[in-house]
Design a protein around this ligand. Sequence first.
Ligand code: NG1
Length: 411
Amino acid sequence: MSRWRAVAPGRVNLIGEHTDYNGLPVLPIAIDRAIRIEFRVTDDAAVRLHSPVERFAPFAFRLRRPIRAANRGDWSTYVRAAARGLLEHGIDLRRGIEGTVSGDVPVASGLSSSSALVVASALALLKANGMGVEDGPGDGGAGRAAAELAPDEDPASERPAAKTVSRLELAALMARAERFAGSRGGGMDQAACLHGVEGHALCIEFEPLRVTPVAVPERWRWVVASSLERAEKSAGARDAYNERARQCREALRGVGGGYRDLVAEPDLDGVLRRARGVLAPALFRRFRHVVTEGRRVALAEGAMRDGDLGRFGELMVQSHASLRDDYEVSTASLDEIVEIALEAGAAGARLTGAGFGGCVVALCEERTAGTVMEALATRFFAPRLGGSPGRDAIFAAKASGGAGVGRAHHK
Ligand code: NG1
């Protein structure tokens, strides 16, 4: 019996936080940590999955509309969302999957384990039903199926996939599908997961979705450190997140125009003065974060292309201050990690992902990455954990390839 594996990486957003759902670009990397679904194809249209992790209980559901929602916080939500997204798009799912989900993307850490699970589920279901995923125009060009997969062949018959979906199409489809989980997210995570390119950051633009890989200079290192606070998007943080999205829409109604045009206006200070005059103080701060962050993404992309580590780092520091003071999504622990990283020699550091806990990403030169990690271990983790942090608490993330599906290697 053929065994298959769908692999979908997590991501670290380098800059462009809370901009995606406002139609503004983001600059993440797909990372060398992934969610994996090892499965066999079944003849009945049902999904049966389990996990070696005890708190993730086994589940099963039929691939027939309507797909019932799971309880809030239940991990099957993300698999159900993928299936529902495909079915509502008119994709016929006659065959199902049965298997095991595992992975090393820390959960509820702002590293997008949820979207990785959504994308892996979609790839597995498409594969089971003889459909493939391929690069399309605007997809960024690189062939990037995850390195750990054997060559991709059709499961039942060895025929080539009957029908294909482009990576961009699937990213957009899964961004919508993940909203079934209740979060009014933008499209960054699913696009980053599907479009990862080794050694590259991804400039992702929206409406229409477009991905442009940008080479990360060779000596730049990304240190990721966890605040040890869970940013549970399927639970509490979701309301705070959705509230921010609502405030952004309301602020825009007050100011008039669209975020993209406002960010492109040469006189950004003039835009902010105007906004201050018409918006209540809290709404003004949300607005200021979005437009200044939009500006910073374009500047950061330029700094990366120029290999200007100092400039990129500065923009990260500004981004964090804006997320802390104007967008109010940071926490004392995230602020402390940023401070320690900068004092230890990082070029820049900021919270990554939605915030409310989760992780910080620090940009370091090759030779300072170790020093920064040690400083965090001693000053942040040791007092809290009473020992060294594990590999989920602090690690160096590598810009990696995107999601794929293929035969599982036999062990
Ligand atoms: P995470 O970090 O996965 O909670 C969320 C959204 C993104 C983006 C960021 C903030 C989802 C699936 N993801 O990411 O689209 O808006 O927050 O920049 O909702």
